[in-house]
Ligand binder design. Sequence first.
Ligand code: HEM
Length: 427
Amino acid sequence: MSTSVGLTPEQARHIVDPRAYAALDPLLDTFAWLRRHDPVARIETPNFDPFWAVTTHAEIMQVGRDKLLFQSGVLPTTLTDQRADQRIRALVGGPHLVRTLVHMDDPEHAAYRQLTQSWFMPGQIRRLEPQIRAIARRTVEDMLALGDHCDFATDVAALYPLRVIMLILGLPPEDEPRMLRLTQELFGNQDPDRTRGEAGLFDPAVGAQQLFEVFLDFSKYFEEVTADRRRHPRDDVSTVIANGRIEGAPISDFEAMSYYTIIATAGHDTTSATTAGAVWALAENPAEFAKVKRDPGIIPLLVDEAIRWVTPVKHFMRSAAEDTELLGQRIRKGDWLMLCYLSGNRDERVFDASERFLADRDPNRHLGFGYGPHLCLGQHLAKLEMRIFFEEMFARVDALALAGEATRAASNFVSGPKRVPIRFRAA
Ligand code: HEM
């Protein structure tokens, strides 16, 4: 097995191994080493096509912004091993199980993004504040009703963003458990606790088949929603998708299903991982918790720091449309590149004390939402819902401490805390 000069096979394995993202510290060491010695590193590791790991903040931005040179539609947009890639291509005849914004390039990408973009702008999102605050209050009430301790990740953080997604898609609360399971299976599919059986982590080809089945489940559910919103339009994102037109023609069923899937999933595990990660970090750092209690005005900064700290979306992939050069490395047309957001968010050239969680970090130019044309569509919603949640929670909770071992989910794509046992004192 060959890797770039100096990078050990063990370090190369870290970058692809879901379990390394659960253990975290050795992986962060590998990224620190890469930023210093080999910031655009050729990774050749068993079972994966070779790819370039882009680990520095500046170069991640450079690749993210150049939509003509670095494309999303041609190769898998997330790290996919060779067997899973073959299985997906056999199932659907291309590299993508679904076709969402993240799998598109211009001009299609711009057209599809345009459909919902205005719905997600800050002005529109702020209109939802009273409803979102009511959901946050209810979630905090439920947490306090548990007594003085809980597993914050599963008892609280997993539910709140889901309720917000149900609100924006206009779906009834009784469908929550089904949506919870579906989105967790779709994103947590590398962690055996969250898959349909044990196989997902160890047999990626089976994992691909499971993903396909999850998507079919999603499709069945949203077929009814589409039919309903075509007959009875409402003020929700489902109505915008169901009645969407691209260049004058109605959006196809497959593309509508893909759109629901990304809205339903992209805003769920990401936000709950960030919320749980913030509470974990504050429970471990009483001085940072004290800052938030002293001045709740810093909560927007806390939200950004939590996104940087957790970086729930660990990477996205691009492919090179032409031969080019990046930090002296010759990239060939068709090469696959991994934007290592987790590494960019620890880049010591951009963040002072990048290895510390600072609740009031300012400025904070994190790349947690990506960068360039694919910059997270839901970023304003995500920030608003977390700000509101923390305002409500920290008004009601006076003390916080870990009450057992906190753990992370194993996934190299979307991952974060799996269990965060805490003890708390109500205000
Ligand atoms: C903390 C929460 C979140 C994080 C960290 C996050 C992160 C990201 C990242 C890194 C991308 C870039 C993809 C790329 O580089 O190709 C992205 C795209 C996207 N996100 Fe988020 N996201 C979050 C919440 C949300 C929410 C709440 C929604 C909507 C309900 C959402 C919807 C989307 C969509 C639709 C895209 C695709 C945009 C495009 O390709 O044009 N996200 N997100």
